[in-house]
Ligand binder design. Structure first.
Ligand code: MG
Length: 170
């Protein structure tokens, strides 16, 4: 067994990276609201933001953010080897590893996260639309899936918490 990294440092770095890449927690909370407002009476943005914050406390989520954003940044600087450089830079449709990394986030609150993730990935509301705009010159091949996955996981958490489920470990 290797050494374990300090989780509060991981969490702080993950939060900094999201901010550095131009994604606010409020925007992710808006995606949660988009997914869940029909199912919860009187859902507030504070509830959505609270659940996004809880998702960001999970080590799997922090690791996915660190890994995905690092690859986006390296691709933006053209520092990856071919053919991976091109695959990530052009967001090649059969590459698919960006989605696999996102699944490790979607998974943390059970399988209903997959439905939310699939739906929001198709609709691309709010911040997801902006991250998908290829004309910006920025590379968000991993980030768009990560952001959608955090929103999907937070939606699952919200659903489980309103049902008072024991699945929640925090
Ligand atoms: Mg992607």
């Amino acid at each position: 067994m290797g050494k374990n990294l300090n989780q509060s440092e991981l969490e702080q770095k993950a939060r900094e990276l999201l901010q550095e890449r131009g994604v606010s927690l409020e925007e992710i909370a808006e995606l949660v609201y988009y997914l869940q407002s029909n199912y919860h009476e009187n859902l507030s943005m504070d509830d959505c933001l609270y659940n996004v914050d809880r998702v960001l406390e999970k080590r799997e989520v922090q690791n996915a953010i660190l890994t995905g954003i690092q690859l986006d940044k390296l691709a933006e600087k053209k520092l990856l080897e071919e053919p991976l450089q091109t695959a990530i830079e052009i967001d090649e449709s059969l590459y698919g590893v960006d989605e696999i990394i996102a699944f490790s986030i979607v998974n943390v609150y059970g399988s209903i996260g997959f439905t939310n993730y699939g739906y929001i990935d198709k609709q691309k509301p709010g911040v997801l639309k902006r991250l998908n705009d290829k004309s910006s010159g920025e590379c968000h091949t991993f980030l768009d899936d990560i952001v959608g996955a955090i929103a999907a996981a937070a939606s699952s958490r919200l659903a489980h918490s309103s049902a008072d489920d024991k699945l929640l470990d925090d």
